[in-house]
Design a protein around this ligand. Sequence first.
Ligand SMILES: CC(C)(COP(=O)(O)OP(=O)(O)OC[C@H]1O[C@@H](n2cnc3c(N)ncnc32)[C@H](O)[C@@H]1OP(=O)(O)O)[C@@H](O)C(=O)NCCC(=O)NCCS
Length: 188
Amino acid sequence: MKRILELKTGEEITLRHLSKSDVEGVWNNFNEVVDEGIYIPIFFPVRSQLEKDSWYHNIKKEKEVCVIAENQNNKIPHNIIGQCEISNSNWDAALHVGTLGIIVKKEYRDLGIGFNLIDLAIRESKILNNKEKIILSCFSTNERALNLYEKVGFETIGVRKKQFYMDSQYYDEVLMELWIDDYLNKNE
Ligand SMILES: CC(C)(COP(=O)(O)OP(=O)(O)OC[C@H]1O[C@@H](n2cnc3c(N)ncnc32)[C@H](O)[C@@H]1OP(=O)(O)O)[C@@H](O)C(=O)NCCC(=O)NCCS
């Protein structure tokens, strides 16, 4: 699986499945978003190599889908400019449900990379990991992400008020879901 995107900046971006050599880049992106401090409910960056590697091995073991966006003109680990993971539920009885997480590096946002990452990850998670429904959650203040999820076709199924408290501020958590077959029927 591979998709080439030509950005309006003229740069060529490759979307493909995660490899071992991408792990550092993926975690750099994660840590940058932790440092931004307004998008995900996590306080501390991940520095442990063991934790990073075991995340990778778990994805491969569980056949979870992680699609990455790569700019081959950038040096490793800065070549990895975005990622979308669809992970398995912890519940035995919810293996048909995948949980979506996505990050695009700050300087590459609003160029359509997020949309393409989600599109590919949804399709691959049905083919490779038998997913039927994708769920996610998002801060109600994250207008860009909410706009993107609605554009893809995610429906809001609830809001947990003041679910998170960060930097002296409460955040509502928006819960969303999407049935893959509905998505595929609309986007064949
Ligand atoms: C959310 C995120 C993954 C989206 O990726 P992206 O590559 O920027 O997404 P896209 O360019 O495909 O789409 C973004 C859309 O939001 C729109 N948008 C941008 N800012 C917006 C705002 N303030 N309000 C509403 N819409 C906005 C863009 O115009 C674009 O829509 P369009 O394609 O119809 O023009 C990325 O911005 C990101 O990594 N953010 C920080 C981490 C994060 O929030 N992760 C998700 C946690 S739930």
